[in-house]
Design a protein around this ligand. Structure first.
Ligand SMILES: Cc1cc2nc3c(=O)[nH]c(=O)nc-3n(C[C@H](O)[C@H](O)[C@H](O)COP(=O)(O)OP(=O)(O)OC[C@H]3O[C@@H](n4cnc5c(N)ncnc54)[C@H](O)[C@@H]3O)c2cc1C
Length: 496
């Protein structure tokens, strides 16, 4: 299709729609016109409140002032996710955004740690992790450092509704045009098969050269109109529902998300400045909506402030996330449960990818193919990481967990587990969202103990090793004293 792309239409005004509109307009500027269509009749999904550190790139590109952002979205800082009862009931571990310890040129820290642990010289892995030490003291700081060992990488928890409204304000200030109205029909060019116009209930027609489908689970253009098909991954990740309810805020706001495994699913707790976000993700094959709602309400830390709401979803991805002149972004392009807070990141990376391959002078089949291939790989990498949480559980309390332990997993994941179990080597593919330290924490947390460590970790004698471990812990503990308690940080930063 050799048409110059001048008019972009974004369908949907949830997080995906407004993030797409803001980023595209900011980067492409006057070279394109962007119109966003959203319907007041169709609510946004209303969840999606925990993020991962790359979201800071979005804020940087959009020129967002962090104090204003925290204020407008009632955000808090996120240093990690705490997984409770995932391996066995009563046990927990962290997935922090930092890397534990300090590594040498050819040998990562965890090999020294493994050797020290076996010799009875070391502590828990997380005792050498700055994010963990900060969060367990309830503290936070923005550390300005060039020393990678002393970085405190962070993300945010924010109010999904406020975040959408904030992105809308930014988008409209940049020149994005908003049209309110429900799309009832879509016209297709009979020769090319491309979408030409969205026809609204009001009679208004919105034409475009390129359409970004951010219509949520409806996937109005990509699935309903173009029928690209769906790769269903529910045999690996069988949870298909969530019940969500907000509750009163905690007296002290934690700088991390909690993911607590229950009888047939898991519960999230996301601390915000004004309230806590809660939800239970479950499989309808193992739990009714009523049972799930009851489990959630029984496990709230504070009083609920609204009625629980059940959300249905399907795990998997659109077979082609770019087809003809339609690109699916957000829930319209696929969904993986929010265990690692990856969905908003997948919105961000879809737009970054689209900007990389932006078809200024027309849509080329090879470019679309490349875009789709990269999207598929990204989704598969997240999928494998999520499956790992379930597969290696040793819970015996319910059929749900026992069945999850029995599922056959993708070969790519089994290979990673086997290589780590053999020699403690972390296999991380190019462009994987998750760093080696993420894989490390998950594998150890889920009970994989490598049979051997790297030979370089054996080069020190025991006294040297003990000294190295002690120095490492001291190095990591040192910055904590100067940090503020999380709530104090939020207050001071707001006033700075
Ligand atoms: C239970 C759950 C928990 C989640 N937790 C997290 C999390 O912690 N972290 C994270 O990163 N992500 C999370 N997500 C994902 C996250 O919520 C979404 O990725 C994000 O909100 C983007 O949603 P969206 O904009 O694609 O869709 P939606 O918010 O559903 O927006 C769809 C938009 O399309 C419009 N629309 C639909 N049909 C029409 C029509 N016919 N005409 C006009 N407009 C129309 C609607 O009006 C709406 O504006 C979670 C998702 C679920 C289900």
């Amino acid at each position: 299709m050799n048409t110059r792309i001048k008019n972009i239409v974004v369908l949907g005004g949830g997080t995906a729609g407004w993030m797409s509109a803001a980023l595209l307009k900011k980067v492409l500027g006057g070279s394109v016109n962007i119109t966003l269509v959203e319907s007041d009749e169709i609510a946004t999904v209303g969840v999606g409140e925990a993020t991962i550190p790359p979201i800071q790139h979005v804020n940087r590109v959009l020129g967002i002032n962090e104090a204003e952002f925290l204020r407008e979205t009632n955000a808090t800082m996120k240093l990690a996710i705490k997984f409770e009862n995932w391996y066995r009931q009563g046990q927990g571990y962290f997935h922090t955004f930092s890397s534990p310890g300090q590594s040498s040129a050819f040998c990562q820290f965890h090999h020294y740690w493994l050797r020290a642990k076996r010799a009875g010289l070391g502590k828990d892995l997380w005792d050498y992790d700055l994010n963990y030490l900060a969060l367990s003291a309830g503290k936070f700081a923005k550390l300005e450092t060039r020393d990678p060992r002393l970085e405190l990488p962070y993300a945010y928890h924010f109010d999904a509704g406020l975040y959408g409204a904030y992105l809308r304000k930014i988008s409209q200030a940049l020149g994005v045009k908003r049209i309110e109205g429900k799309v009832n029909h879509t016209t297709i060019n009979q020769d090319t098969g491309a979408v030409e116009q969205l026809l609204l209930a009001s009679g208004v027609a919105v034409s475009g050269d390129l359409f970004i489908d951010c219509s949520g689970f409806r996937a109005l253009l990509l699935q309903q109109k173009l029928g690209v098909g769906f790769d269903d991954w529910s045999h690996w990740l069988p949870c298909d529902r969530a019940v969500a309810v907000p509750s009163e805020r905690l007296a002290q706001t934690r700088p991390y998300t909690r993911a607590i495994a229950h009888h047939s699913g898991w519960q999230w707790q996301i601390p915000l400045q004004h309230r806590q976000g809660n939800g239970l993700v479950y499989s309808s094959r193992f739990s009714s909506d009523e049972q799930a709602t009851q489990t959630l309400l029984q496990n709230l830390e504070c009083q609920p402030v609204a009625d629980p709401r059940v959300i249905h979803f399907r795990t998997g991805r659109a077979r082609q996330q770019w087809h003809k002149n339609v690109i699916g972004v957000g829930l319209a392009s696929g969904f993986l449960e929010p265990l690692e807070s990856t969905s908003i990141h997948l919105v961000q990376s879809a737009i970054v990818r689209l900007l990389k391959y932006f078809p200024h002078t027309g849509i080329q089949a090879d470019v679309v193919k490349q875009y789709n291939q990269e999207s598929r790989i990204e989704y598969e990498q997240v999928r494998d990481f999520l499956i790992l949480h379930y597969k290696l559980n040793r819970r015996e309390d319910s059929e749900f967990w026992q069945q999850m332990a029995r599922i056959s997993i993708p070969e790519s994941l089994q290979h990673k587990i086997d290589v780590f179990a053999a020699q403690g080597v972390l296999v991380r593919e190019r462009n994987d969202i998750f760093a080696e330290s993420s894989w490390l924490q998950l594998l150890l947390g889920q009970g994989v103990e490598p049979r051997d460590h790297h030979p370089l970790a054996g080069a020190m004698d025991e006294a040297q090793l003990a000294n190295f471990m002690q120095q490492t812990e001291q190095l990591k503990r040192e910055p904590i004293t100067a940090m503020h308690f999380h709530d104090d940080f939020l207050q001071r930063f707001d006033q700075a």
